[in-house]
Design a protein around this ligand. Structure first.
Ligand code: EPZ
Length: 420
């Protein structure tokens, strides 16, 4: 398994271009199953999760062609069974459930199963499709859904941790071809849901309210092919902003959507980071002095859970006590023990991590456990004294396009070590 060897201590300087959003392109790729006509998706990031979703679409019978950042999908004929092993490997592929149900009125998809950050249930996904008239059953590790007819309905999709992003995506994609009106209450408001709704609308769907907690869909008979450019990845942008601040550098981000980053910009400014916006450019430097902050992760437009681990690294460098509370996932502190190996002083109290910041980090061999924890360990390696080896970086390749190339272009001393 590949690893990164990072020699810390270099402030990041220069320009970085933000790629298309992983969490937008995955449901949009699934949405192409809703029409037999070809769809063209642009600004597609070169990520292992995206390539994998392409394999899943092929396994369902679609023609899939990548040409650099442009993807063409033609799902003329589609079968409704999501390959067990494939879907299990990538939780995000559960978002094929809704479009298969919408297109074929049936689907058989392997249960995504949990991962290191939590149980990742799909009860709200199933509540939503049942409201539209689908029968659901769990059999042999698969979730099987079928609906002779899909009829618009009103459904509340809020769970114990608030809305569900992919649950909203699945119900949205199942409802666009249902008969009648569907109202999704407590819908997720993430920009990725809005991007999906915009793509579906360009295919001929009739959707109002995407981005708000109430989405209204008027079902249509069929959808046609469309072209779409994916929004930039706000989590990648936040990651580079924090890396710039943590290393005491001066980085300009190109192509980020600052309106998708309001909570992150606000919290980083409170922590003493200087962020200047000019048009679509975001210039990030560390201000005079970093200040400890309290962060709680919330559904959008609150502070994103996918930026929690990265923010924690910045707080380990900040003299004083910072408290980071994770309200979305039940166990998203896998990075804490690894940061402890590098000298960070962090105590976990229930959903909160209490960070006693200020001591310098020292390089060490550390283990990546999930996508965003890996990003946090890379940032820690960039600022630590000495060398840090981040193992199992296949996690990071899932969600960050060429992150080592981008970091090297900013002056970082990062080497990808390919294990035989
Ligand atoms: C999406 O996951 C993202 N993944 C996650 O990003 C992100 O962290 C998450 O949304 C929250 O913003 C993709 O878009 C591919 P949820 P999703 O359903 O949709 C509970 C990354 O690093 N819940 O919004 O699977 C769930 O347990 C990944 O890029 C139920 O209880 O997340 C969690 O506590 C990690 N029942 C909360 O809701 C359900 O049926 C939010 O989960 C579904 C979810």
């Amino acid at each position: 398994m590949d690893s990164f060897k990072i020699r810390g201590g270099v402030p990041l300087r220069g320009d970085v271009t933000i790629s298309g959003a992983k969490n937008s392109v995955l449901p949009i790729m699934a949405a192409t199953l809703l029409t037999p006509e070809p769809c063209v998706i642009r600004r597609v990031p070169n990520l292992s999760d995206v390539k994998f979703m392409g394999e899943i679409l092929r396994s369902l019978g679609a023609e899939v062609a990548f040409d650099k950042e442009t993807l063409t999908v033609k799902a003329e004929r589609v079968n409704g069974v999501g390959d067990y092993e494939m879907v299990r490997k990538m939780r995000g592929s559960i978002c094929i459930l809704g479009p298969l149900l919408g297109r074929l009125r049936k689907a058989k998809v392997s249960l995504p199963g949990g991962c290191v950050i939590g149980a990742r249930p799909i009860d709200l996904h199933l509540k939503g499709v049942r409201a539209l008239g689908a029968k659901t059953r769990i059999q042999g590790g698969y979730v099987c859904v079928s609906a002779p007819r899909l009829t618009g309905a009103e459904v509340f999709l809020g769970g114990r941790s608030g809305p569900t992003v992919l649950g909203t995506a699945n119900v949205l994609m199942a409802s666009v071809l249902a008969e009648g009106v569907t109202i999704i209450q407590s819908a997720a408001c993430e920009p990725e849901v809005v991007d999906l709704a915009n793509f579906l609308t360009s295919m001929g769907a009739r959707i109002q309210g995407a981005g708000s907690p109430t989405i209204t869909v008027h079902g249509v008979k069929e959808l046609h092919g469309a072209e779409h450019e994916v929004i930039p990845d706000r989590i990648e942008a936040a990651t580079f902003m924090i890396a710039a601040a943590a290393t005491g550098g001066d980085v300009t981000l190109h192509g980020a959507r600052t309106d998708h980053l309001t909570a992150v910009i606000d919290k980083l400014r409170e922590a003493g980071v200087r962020i200047e916006r000019s048009g679509a450019l975001l210039k990030v430097t560390r201000g005079r002095k970093l200040k400890p902050v309290d962060v709680t992760t919330l559904p959008y437009a609150g502070f994103p859970t996918d930026v929690q681990a990265q923010m924690m690294v910045l707080m380990t460098l900040t003299p004083g006590i910072s408290i980071i509370t994770e309200r979305i996932f039940e166990s998203r502190f896998m990075h804490v023990s690894e940061l402890g190996r590098m000298g960070a002083e962090i105590a976990i109290e229930g959903p909160s991590a209490i960070v006693k910041g200020g001591a310098p980090l020292s390089g060490a061999p550390v283990m990546a456990s999930d996508l965003r924890a890996s990003a946090a360990l890379v940032i820690a390696g960039l600022v630590a004294d000495g060398t840090t080896q981040v193992n199992r970086i296949y996690h990071i390749d899932r969600g960050y396009e060429s992150i080592d190339d981008k970091l090297r272009s900013l002056g970082a001393r990062v080497e990808r070590v390919e294990e035989p």
